[in-house]
Write a protein that binds this ligand. Structure first.
Ligand SMILES: Cc1ncc(C[n+]2csc(CCOP(=O)(O)OP(=O)(O)O)c2C)c(N)n1
Ligand SMILES: [Mg+2]
Length: 810
């Protein structure tokens, strides 16, 4: 294995000055050292109180260090945005450290609480991260959608500002190509003619468990070319190219091309002598081989054989620079070695492998780093610190503003919605969007909608008719031109405000992530509204989680939902989504029953997605000042609407998660609690039971998520000594007798509301849906799954009986 100091000196070409190249090489050497050291420090030198493995990926870092150094120290412009391969986080932090953007303390606390994160994180890292990564494939995919949103923002010309396009870049592991979301994104990108996109594949031909298929590169080329990308191979480094011109050069090249990936990796691990042995056996009798061997000792031979394109700074710079100026999406296949420059190089088990303290000591010595100099930015380098400082000060990327981008808040004026006596939440959603479409205000101009082929069936077509679809080039509606009558216009233009997607929910969530990061990425606030069928949230769940994790802001509208879609299809019934709504961090979930509730929630949501504060909110014990994204679970079921005007108090309760549709009398012993489209059954059951349970209450839960979050937070506050803390659900339940019985009902999993029994330790029977899958009308289905009015009455009687029984027993 060549040590860091033995690494071949760069050979200068036309692309850059020799001095610049040497400086980049030296910085790259330091980046590799720092990344290895911060992982070593985290694993071996910090106190481990819990005995758990800390981990880190020294080999994954080593394979990408040249590519990343070339990007950050030379190629990137301040506006370029980059998703970094998750396990290259230490490389990213080391580069930021050298650029003066990352603190020593953060470096030393890598993977510790409050320190630099295991994987680059927008929300948790202190340094400026463009895209969070971690779940492989998603960070790559989101760059594609970000490039589309960049185009969208540029075409909308907010405030007549001309925004120059930047590059959206993913530095990705080759195994990320196994994730299906990559191909879904590629196809969508092709449809939308995405531009200014670079995907740089760290083609080390190793994943976590093993070595990838030898012919993967051919497939990569054809996938990408099929969807209109340029593909650039960085296979050989300059040392190799020079060797190919020397004695036995052509045969050497052929041998390299023919060598299976796993064998190449194994010999890389073994080093110079093993190369000699294999080459001698395989190329025995080749003219010039002896001369080649004679002029290269083991170390020089190893340097040539491992001088792959992705480790050769000059080759990398050449490739990147040549791609500049062409906005065609470009895929770089950079051949690399996992663990390059480390004793772990090429070993098949090196993914989580760590250098031993002894190996680290040797590595340190080979880097000329003295004791106590481990974190010193320039220790052991062959160039004067002043020159390197000057170099770093001139790095174009560092011209990026240091403060977080904030766009002005957009006022949300009340939305005037005509009252209906009967309607559904889905229809009301469409009408609210129609009202917004007709308005000429800042909010409406910044709304962007998207849907995976269910725009019409989720009632977005009124909005789309008014605002049009987004496409970089004008595209007329052929049906309209041919006078084929349709209520739905399908005109595409650069001014359109709806981005239509193919049926791929993962893409929907990556799109919402990119739209919801627009303020951060492009300085322009957008209000993304995405629609889909509720059950298919599960299809894109990891991407939804990913979007929320990086604090992208959007409104997700899921409809229809539950078994309430009736005859439309058993396979499309959703059960678990209300629980997702409760448990998904960063997402406030609502399930209104009536149009006026939905209106209040949507008005609030457009404000909520803009918030960026901290501390307690106007609704106590909810983290409302921080804001977040919103999930609305809606229904196609038409309901009789309550005849009322929302007073401030009622509106506040709707937003806090619940209100009494019928107030209980103090000390009463029964409450029926319902959520969403099952409201008529709850009301009917309530009417039937109220003679048996005088003064009973009927509680409408508009957000089990927010009721639950408030309760948890208030409990934690009390546990920490704040005796006054009380949450909304506790206030709501206060009038009930201590031993009152509760019955809940939801068209979703019963656990969504079942926790309410614990709030005051009251007996509770929870109705909901645990099984699904058959079509039917609502009467049949509600009866079958026991969420019909009769079942609610029976549960009310049952809970009252068991309450009396329990009371007697005690
Ligand atoms: C969705 C997902 N599944 C599994 C993992 C666990 N994991 C982390 S890295 C990795 C292998 C990555 O290999 P590659 O992308 O080639 O990166 P390399 O380390 O070789 O650069 C796996 C399976 C993950 N992070 N995300
Ligand atoms: Mg790999």
């Amino acid at each position: 294995m060549p040590t860091a100091t033995q690494r071949p000196a760069p050979i200068s070409g036309n692309i850059t000055s020799p001095q610049h190249l040497v400086q980049l090489e030296e910085l790259n050497k330091k980046v590799l050292w720092l990344s290895s050291w911060m992982i070593h420090n985290a694993n071996h030198l910090r106190e481990h109180r819990d005995g758990l493995k800390v981990g880190g990926h020294q080999s994954s870092c080593a394979s990408v260090s040249t590519l990343m150094s070339a990007l950050y120290f030379d190629i990137l412009n301040p506006g370029d945005r980059i998703a970094v391969k998750p396990h290259a986080s230490p490389i990213f932090h080391s580069i930021q450290y050298l650029l003066g953007n990352q603190s020593l303390e953060q470096m030393q606390n890598f993977r510790a609480f409050g320190g630099a994160q295991s994987y680059p994180s927008i929300t948790k890292d202190k340094v400026d991260v463009d895209f969070s990564t971690g779940s492989v494939g998603l960070g790559v995919g989101v760059t594609l959608f970000a490039s589309l949103i960049q185009d969208f923002v540029r075409h909308r010309k907010f405030g007549d500002k001309e925004v120059n396009p930047s590059r959206m870049i993913a530095v990705m592991g080759d195994a990320e190509l196994d994730e299906g979301n990559i191909y879904e994104a590629l196809l969508e990108g092709w449809k939308h003619d995405v531009r200014n996109l670079w995907w740089i594949i760290d083609y080390n031909r190793q994943s976590l468990d093993g070595v990838v298929n030898d012919f993967l590169f051919q497939k990569i080329r054809s996938f990408f070319e099929t969807v209109g990308w340029n593909v650039v191979n960085l296979k050989y480094g300059k040392l190799q190219l020079r060797a190919f011109e020397g004695p036995a050069g052509a045969e050497l090249r052929q041998w390299i091309d023919d060598c299976p990936n796993d064998l190449y990796s194994a010999i890389t691990f073994q080093g110079g002598a093993a190369w000699r042995e294999h080459l001698s056996a395989d190329l025995n009798g080749t003219k010039g081989l002896k001369t080649f061997f004679k002029t290269h000792d083991d170390s020089a031979l190893h340097a040539i054989m491992t001088n792959l394109g992705g480790h050769d700074m000059e080759t990398v710079l050449e490739a990147f620079r040549q791609a500049e100026g062409d906005d065609t999406p470009t895929c770089f296949v950079a051949y690399t070695i996992k663990g390059y420059g480390l004793p772990l190089a090429g070993h098949k088990d090196n993914h989580a492998g760590l250098m031993t303290p002894e190996q680290m000591e040797m590595f340190k010595r080979s880097n000329n780093i003295g004791d106590g100099e481990e974190w010193a930015p320039f220790a052991g380098l062959d160039i004067e610190p002043d020159l390197l400082t000057e170099f770093l000060n001139a790095v174009p990327f560092n011209g990026r503003p240091k403060h977080k981008r904030r766009a002005p808040l957009v006022p949300v004026d009340p939305i005037e919605l005509r009252k209906e006596t009967k309607t559904s939440t889905q229809v009301s959603f469409g009408k609210i969007m129609n009202v917004l479409a007709k308005r000429d205000d800042e909010l409406s101009s910044r709304i962007v909608t998207t849907s995976p082929d269910v725009t019409v069936s989720t009632n977005l077509s009124g909005w789309v008719n008014a605002r049009g679809l987004f496409k970089r080039q004008e595209h007329a509606d052929a049906f309209r031109e041919q006078k084929v009558i349709s209520p739905i216009k399908w005109e595409k233009s650069p001014n359109g405000q709806h981005i239509e997607l193919g049926i791929a929910e993962n893409n929907l969530f990556l799109m919402l992530a990119a739209m919801g990061l627009s303020e951060r990425l492009f300085g322009e606030r957008l209000f993304p509204v995405g629609t889909l069928y509720d059950p298919f949230i599960s299809r894109g769940l990891d991407a939804l989680n990913y979007a929320c994790y990086q604090d992208a802001r959007f409104i997700l509208v899921a409809t229809p939902s539950g078994i309430t879609l009736g005859p439309e299809g058993g396979a499309h019934q959703s059960i678990a989504t209300p629980l997702i709504g409760i448990s998904q961090d960063g997402l406030a979930a609502f399930e209104p029953a009536f149009a006026d509730e939905l209106l209040a929630i949507m008005e609030w949501s457009f404000d909520y997605v803009q918030r960026d504060g901290s501390g307690l909110s106007e609704i106590q014990w909810l983290r409302d000042k921080e804001g977040g994204s919103v999930y609305l679970r809606l229904s196609t079921r038409t309901l009789q609407q309550p005849d009322r005007t929302l007073e401030a108090d009622l509106r506040r309760n709707i937003l806090a998660g619940g209100y009494w549709l019928v107030e209980p009398e103090p000390g009463c012993d029964l409450a029926i609690i319902y959520t969403g489209a099952i409201a008529p059954e709850a009301i009917e059951a309530f009417e039937q039971i109220k003679a048996e349970a005088p003064g009973a209450g009927l509680l409408a839960v508009t957000s089990a998520d927010r009721l639950n979050a408030g309760w948890n937070a208030a409990q934690r506050a009390r546990q920490s000594g704040d005796g006054q803390a009380i949450s909304h659900v506790e206030t709501l339940l206060r009038p009930l007798a201590r031993q009152a019985g509760l019955v809940s009902v939801i068209d979703g999993h019963p656990a969504t509301l079942a926790w309410i029994g614990s709030v005051r330790g009251q007996r509770m029977e929870s109705l909901g849906v645990e099984h699904f899958g058959q079509s039917g009308d609502l009467q049949d289905l509600y009866e079958q799954y026991q969420i019909d009015a009769n079942s609610i009455v029976n549960a009310s009687r049952s809970v009252r009986r068991s309450r009396v029984w329990a009371h007697k027993k005690s």
